[in-house]
Design a protein around this ligand. Structure first.
Ligand code: NDP
Ligand code: MG
Length: 386
């Protein structure tokens, strides 16, 4: 009998998106088959997941953990690979139909390109990949006839609004933002905020990096750039609106003025499931929205002067070329430094701005230029910190 199941690889299975994706797969064993799980260094959880979900193969990027993982999975007949290169090789496995990129940061670029080159559809959570090299990724996807399905809730919302409208041009999109834990604060107040406060997001529980990005509004900036590439938009077609309740996940405005929004409780399992199951809407028992709990929805303009990261992202988008790659690399260094109490909250923007001004501009970067820009920016950012 022909196997109609969708065979999935999850890159970054031990993270916030990865673990939720496994819950989704577990609910639909008739639809999905798990092929690959990967982690960076969390060997314990990777082993636990592999024994429970029985993939064909796992990858642990940190080679020093290889023996531990291999010893634990050998008897179960699960193949174990280690190292960064293994990530780009494992996505080529013939049995894989779709790769969920749920790893964090620039590290996602190479394996995502490898998966596309191998003709695999992508469920993309790893927004940094599109921020760094959206032009290369979308071009290669087009050449290979591969679909890139958004997992990010805002982009999933837009995608859901576009179903049935693919031939109708978009006039504008509004990405909604919760505003994060520091919405309404002044720059003086932001001088004092701590790592612990920044890690407490009002509506979503996520990995550390994206939680800090949400507090600084860099996450929304990255999402603006992500949206440009996913939906082939001009810069001026993308707007951001703060909606603190996080129920409307984004809005599309069409050329007749009609606006479509997608709503639901904030739960990443829904956009994950929509990306993996597209075009089907699979049943779920996720909690339903209850009007009794919300008497009003509110909207406000984002404060780009206080939250300068959002303005810097718009600037990088406007500049084009390798500017967004610089923005991303500088931001990764800045967030890491903030998480290690090396710099304050507002200093993250200073560091990013410094790199955007200093790293050499390349108008039409090739892959190697992006690799070089990423490296150069990290070096410059680290030198700035010392
Ligand atoms: P987490 O930090 O929770 O998880 C990251 C995953 O990637 C882990 O499995 C981690 O492995 C792995 N990983 C980390 N660094 C590397 C590396 N250098 N090489 C290979 N693998 C690595 O992140 P999230 O799940 O929160 O986010 C993942 C992506 O999804 C991000 O790009 C984020 O912006 C995006 N996203 C997340 C949302 C969310 O709700 N969390 C919402 C929308 C988008 P290990 O555990 O071993 O460290
Ligand atoms: Mg989002």
């Amino acid at each position: 009998m022909e196997d109609k199941k969708r065979h999935i690889a999850i890159l970054g299975s031990t993270g916030s998106i990865g673990t939720q994706a496994l819950e989704v797969l577990n609910q639909h064993p008739d639809i999905f088959e798990l092929e690959v799980l990967t982690a960076h260094s969390n060997a314990e959880l990777l082993i636990k997941q592999a024994l429970k979900y029985q993939p064909n193969a796992v990858v642990i990027s940190d080679e020093s953990r290889y023996r531990e993982v291999n010893d634990a999975l050998f008897d179960a007949g699960i193949k174990v690979y280690a190292g960064e290169e293994a990530l780009t090789q494992v996505v080529e496995m013939e049995s894989i139909d779709m790769v969920l990129t749920a790893l964090v940061g620039y590290a996602g670029l190479k394996p995502t390109l490898a998966a596309i080159r191998a003709g695999k559809n992508i469920a993309l959570a790893n927004k940094e990949t599109l921020v760094v090299a959206g032009d290369l990724v979308t071009k290669m996807a087009q050449e290979k006839g591969v679909n890139v399905f958004p997992v990010d809730s805002e982009h999933s919302a837009i995608f859901q609004c576009l179903v049935g409208e693919f031939h109708n041009p978009i006039e504008k999109i509004y990405l909604t933002a919760s505003g994060g834990p520091f919405r309404g604060k002044t720059r003086d107040e932001l001088m004092q905020v701590t790592r612990a406060q920044a890690l407490k997001h009002p509506n979503w529980v996520m990995g550390a990096k994206i939680t800090i990005d949400s507090a600084s509004l860099m996450n929304k900036g990255l999402e603006v750039i992500e949206a440009k590439w996913l939906f082939n938009l001009k810069n001026e077609q993308i707007d951001v609106i703060v909606h603190p309740q996080s129920i409307i996940h984004s809005i599309v405005q069409f050329t007749d003025g009609s606006m479509k929004a997608q709503m639901g409780l904030p739960d990443m399992k829904l956009p994950i499931q929509f990306a993996l199951g597209y075009p089907q809407r699979l049943k779920s028992d996720f909690e339903r929205f209850n009007f009794a709990n919300y008497s009003s929805f509110t909207f406000e303009q984002p404060d780009k002067e206080t939250f300068r990261n959002l303005q810097l992202a718009f600037d990088a988008l406007e500049k084009g070329g390798n500017a967004a790659c610089v923005l991303n690399a500088a931001n990764e260094v800045a967030v890491d430094a903030f998480l290690h109490d090396k710099i304050g909250f507002l200093a993250m923007s200073d560091l990013i701005e410094h790199c955007l001004q200093k790293v050499a501009y390349i108008e039409r970067p090739e892959y190697e230029d992006y690799v070089q820009t990423d490296r150069e920016t990290r070096e410059m950012a680290k030198a700035y910190l010392n």
